[in-house]
Design a binder for this molecule. Structure first.
Ligand code: NI
Length: 157
């Protein structure tokens, strides 16, 4: 088990556009394994490579059933709208009010380079959009309406 340090949004790496993955090699597999360990340890729902300082288009999303490895992902379909609380491992202790599609479908490559599609609603759709934004250097705080107060968060739970 190898954990990587999660960078906060003060780090320049979190604000850069990531490059596509070209080599589906051992180095990528080590990164994915480390990101998986780091995501599980953090208790988060998703993790993007720039959050561990790697400027490549790689994200993990925990659907609750499995941890999806999405390499070179893009949104291919969205539907509806949801407005709710959103957080980020790189913005610890805070939550914002963010509007996202209710449904999202992504197309991505797996760790061996095979293309596949994944879809989800509610939290999973929100997570797809949030993590893909990371690959373009966008943090949710740049698109949120406002931060949520402690009182509002207490009501959410
Ligand atoms: Ni995030």
């Amino acid at each position: 088990m190898a954990l990587r340090k999660i960078l906060t949004d003060a780090e320049p790496a979190l604000h850069k556009t990531c490059k596509p993955v070209e080599n589906f090699d051992r180095k990528l597999h080590i990164l994915l394994n480390d990101m998986r360990d780091t995501l599980i340890e953090s208790g988060g729902v998703g993790l993007a490579a720039p959050q561990v300082g790697i400027l490549r288009r790689v994200v993990l999303v925990d659907t609750g059933e499995e941890i999806l490895e999405l390499i070179n992902p893009s949104l291919v379909e969205t539907d509806g709208e949801q407005t709710g609380a959103e957080g980020c491992l790189s913005v610890p202790g805070k939550y914002g009010l963010v509007t996202r599609p209710f449904y999202a479908k992504v197309r991505a490559q797996d760790r061996d380079g095979n293309w596949y599609e994944a879809e989800g609603e509610e939290l999973i759709a929100r997570c797809f959009c949030h993590e893909l934004d990371h690959l373009d250097g966008i943090i949710y705080t740049e698109i949120m309406e406002r931060y949520l107060t402690d009182e509002e968060l207490a009501f959410d739970e």
